[in-house]
Design a protein around this ligand. Structure first.
Ligand SMILES: *[C@@H]1O[C@H](CO)[C@@H](O)[C@H](O)[C@H]1NC(C)=O
Ligand SMILES: *[C@@H]1O[C@H](CO)[C@@H](O)[C@H](O)[C@H]1NC(C)=O
Ligand SMILES: *[C@@H]1O[C@H](CO)[C@@H](O)[C@H](O)[C@H]1NC(C)=O
Length: 231
């Protein structure tokens, strides 16, 4: 009997190291959904204030109605004005077991993609155009922002780590100024839709990734594994 148990254990160890696909988290979906929910709850509790928006500058050197307009304006004090939806893209929820030969480690990755819909970012607009001071406000509407979120567990050391990265889709003509004037109509065309990307990178690396890690370490531990469970 003892021998049989022993055999069973070495067999399990063998299975574990050779065919990782037989080892799974029993219910990774509800674990990941709750992990992201708890992460978002923490960000929301702070009224999204943790999501800082970087300043953006726009250089103007344009010909408008046979007249050259020159100047620089800065979009500053950016903040999230509104967001219509925040969801988890269900098809992206997955667990992956990865063996890295170089470091001889196996890691479990719990992946998902968070989707923010119709995110409006407000800015103050200040600068000098043709030698005159200019002040206005602007709102940029992003139809879709996504964040790939990954919680990683090293299966040899049990150490946790996390990663997050943004995906930003091109927006067209979604920049609105209040009030709208000749200059703002020029600025709409000069604004680089991707200039918000560095802000999203900061949200990913300085807000989402550390909070996910902390949630997993403090209040939402990864559940036990299931060996040889049905696929
Ligand atoms: C712009 O300049 C061109 C020639 O340089 C002239 O034909 C045209 O009428 C001008 N347009 C305006 C709006 O002033
Ligand atoms: C890989 O790591 C495992 C567990 O730490 C160890 O038993 C094994 O000998 C290592 N293999 C190599 C090739 O270093
Ligand atoms: C957006 O900007 C980032 C760097 O800020 C760059 O890595 C990325 O490729 C840009 N995206 C597009 C579609 O140009």
């Amino acid at each position: 009997m003892r021998f049989l148990l022993c055999l069973l254990f070495s067999l399990l160890a063998f299975v574990f190291s050779q065919t990782l696909s037989n080892v799974r988290l029993a219910d990774h979906t509800s674990y990941i959904v709750e992990l992201v929910q708890k992460t978002v709850d923490r960000v929301q509790k702070n009224n999204w204030n943790g999501l800082k928006v970087h300043d953006v500058s726009i250089e103007i050197d344009e010909e408008v109605l046979n007249k050259t307009i020159q100047g620089t304006v800065f979009l500053s004090n950016g903040f999230i004005v509104s967001m219509q939806h925040l969801t988890l893209v269900s098809s992206t929820i997955q667990q992956a077991w990865l063996y890295t030969r170089a470091t001889n480690t196996t890691t479990l990755e719990l992946r998902s993609t968070m989707q923010m819909t119709n995110v409006a970012i407000g800015f103050d607009v200040d600068g000098t155009i043709d030698g005159e001071k200019y002040h206005n406000t602007a709102t940029i509407l992003y139809p879709s922002m996504q964040f790939r979120l990954v919680l990683v567990r090293n299966l040899f050391t049990d150490e946790l780590s996390s990663r997050a990265e943004p995906i930003l889709w091109r927006t067209t003509n979604q920049l609105q100024f209040l009030p709208s004037d000749t200059f703002s109509q020029v600025l709409v065309h000069l604004y680089d839709w991707n200039s918000t990307f560095p802000s999203l990178q900061t949200w990913a690396s300085e807000v989402f990734a550390p909070i996910i890690l902390d949630v997993a370490e403090t209040e939402h531990p990864i559940p036990g594994f299931c060996y040889d469970c049905p696929a």
